[in-house]
Design a binder for this molecule. Structure first.
Ligand SMILES: [Ca+2]
Length: 190
C-alpha cells in the first residue's frame, strides 16, 4: 500500500516539472523522447536543419535551420519538427499547459501542436511569434493556440502526436535562418 502511494506521489511530482524535449547538447537530431527532428517543405521550397554551436549566452549547441520558401503552390511553406513517439502513439501533453523555447532569427515562426484529430487535415493548433536577431525566451500558453483554417475540432492535448515549427510565404521573409534551443513543456501557474 505504501509503495503504491509512493509511486503515485512520484508521478504527480514529476508531472509538475518542466519536460525538456531537447537542448541539443548531445549534438544529434534525436530528442529526449528518442524521436528524430526532421525537416520538410513543399516541393519547390527547401528546409535544412543541423546542430551547431550557437556561441552565445552559454547555451552551447542549438538547432540551426536554413530555409528558402519559393513560389509554385498557393501556400508555400517549410517546417521542421518531431513526433512524440517512435510508434506514432499519442503523448499526453495535458500534463502541461505551455511550450517554452529560446529562438532567434527573422520572420514569423509558427509553432504547431499535432494531435490525432488535426493530423488528418493538417489544421493544427498554432501560435506564431515574431523572431528577432537576439536570443529570446518564448513561453506560449496552449490557451493562445488557434486553428487557422479547416474544420474546427476540440483542443485535445492528451492526444498530441508531435510538434512542428513552420514558416510560410509572407511571414516576413522567403529565405533565412533560425536558431532554436531549450525546448520545454511547462506547467504555468494560473
Ligand atoms: Ca543548447
Amino acid at each position: 500500500m505504501s509503495l503504491f502511494i509512493g509511486t503515485s506521489f512520484t508521478f504527480n511530482s514529476n508531472a509538475k516539472k518542466p519536460f525538456l524535449l531537447d537542448n541539443f547538447e548531445d549534438g544529434d537530431l534525436i530528442n529526449q523522447l528518442k524521436t528524430n527532428w526532421f525537416s520538410m517543405s513543399d516541393s519547390n521550397s527547401a528546409m535544412k536543419i543541423e546542430i551547431k554551436d550557437s556561441g552565445v549566452d552559454s547555451i552551447g549547441k542549438a538547432l540551426f535551420a536554413d530555409f528558402e520558401i519559393k513560389d509554385g503552390i498557393q501556400w508555400p511553406w517549410v517546417a521542421f519538427g518531431c513526433e512524440f513517439d517512435k510508434q506514432k502513439q499519442e503523448y499526453n501533453l495535458g500534463r502541461y499547459n505551455a511550450i517554452k523555447f529560446r529562438a532567434k532569427g527573422k520572420g514569423f515562426l509558427m509553432t504547431q501542436i499535432v494531435t490525432t484529430s488535426t493530423e488528418k487535415t493538417y489544421n493544427h493548433y498554432t501560435k506564431g511569434v515574431q523572431l528577432t536577431n537576439d536570443w529570446t525566451t518564448y513561453t506560449l500558453d496552449f490557451e493562445k493556440f488557434r486553428q487557422t483554417w479547416g474544420k474546427p475540432v476540440e483542443w485535445e492535448p492528451a492526444t498530441a502526436k508531435g510538434l512542428n515549427f513552420t514558416f510560410v510565404k509572407g511571414g516576413g521573409m522567403s529565405k533565412g535562418t533560425v536558431w532554436l534551443d531549450k525546448i520545454e513543456f511547462v506547467k504555468l501557474k494560473k
